[in-house]
Write a protein that binds this ligand. Sequence first.
Ligand SMILES: *Cc1c(COP(=O)(O)O)cnc(C)c1O
Length: 396
Amino acid sequence: MHSLEHTLGAELNQCRLDHLYRSRNSHTGPQTPELKVNGQVLLAFCSNDYLGLANHPQLISAAQKACADYGLGSGASHLVVGHTDLHHELEETLAKVTQRPRALLFSSGYMANIGVMNSLLDRQDAVYQDRLNHASLLDGGLLSAAKFQRYRHKDTLDLQRQLSKTQARRHLVATDAVFSMDGDSAPLKSLSKLCNEQQAWLMIDDAHGFGVLGPNGGGSALAQGLTTFECPIYMATLGKALGSYGAFVAGSDELIESLIQFSRNYIYTTAVPPAIAAASLAAVKLLMDEAWRQQHLDHLIDVFKKQAKDLALPLMPSDTAIQPLMVGSSAVALQLSHALKEMGLLVTAIRPPTVPKNTARLRITLSAAHTESHLQQLLQALAQVQQQGLLASVDD
Ligand SMILES: *Cc1c(COP(=O)(O)O)cnc(C)c1O
């Protein structure tokens, strides 16, 4: 047998040869569109801080005050002594803004997705997932031991075929509400109708919709008019549009109590620090009080789509802050990302296995923290790489 280093070294080399090697940029200072990376200031279009709250003074002062009053660490899991009145108030506020009976905090979105499925499903059950779901939903399904099936992207007919054949005890349909690498939205109304007819439970992951879509940023379920009955399991994160950290599940009293009793990822992990809960609470209050960020973001999305269309850039069918440009080849996507960096812009190349083979892309994300002039800089740079032949032109 080869040594660990020899075996892993060969695997890493192959990854480099395939243009799939990933490396990190470390930056200094807060998460803002102007990021200091290795001494150079880059204009970033890849953060999930869609409302520009990650550096908001009210979040920072809420966290500082909570640190002074509660100390830093939470000290234990929620069921032991980690659950403070700040966590509790945050849960109640999240239930209110999502218009669900109750909400339960998880330490991260990844944990929440795995935690929901491991508490609700076992080997007698079946889980159905959109092919393009986020890795954490897919992993949650695989780890739950339920029969795992994927349906074609947003294809309710394909899902219906699968649901009509099943012998399982419980059926859970899970989908990203806004697809993280594509930016398009799931057809929640038709999915919920189908689930209702087939007696399946609908779970949506609204990591990219909560905070930006629906009344008061209450998310995709509200934006598409789904009640708790129509969408019994609503999950969203606090580390993206909310500019903080953590995640939650919202739904009926029975769902939340079951998660508290049976979800391993809820029970066996330390609660997030009280200061993080305080910052999240400040962020939710900003959502409820100030709508201008969502409006400015919507305006930037409109401007970007119109001008990108005029330039014949390879836009994808998205109306959200996620506006990827399809490239195809991983090597070209990397080349593009490097070329943009030379021009002072930071845009990540997303490659397999995050996306299917031959669908590497530039994942551009817009934020309320961007100005129109930031957007113009991006569009000019994209026009330039297009002229250099790196980025395709598409005909209408
Ligand atoms: C980011 C993301 C998650 C994971 O959330 P974290 O809080 O970062 O662990 C889950 N689902 C989707 C769709 C995401 O984009």
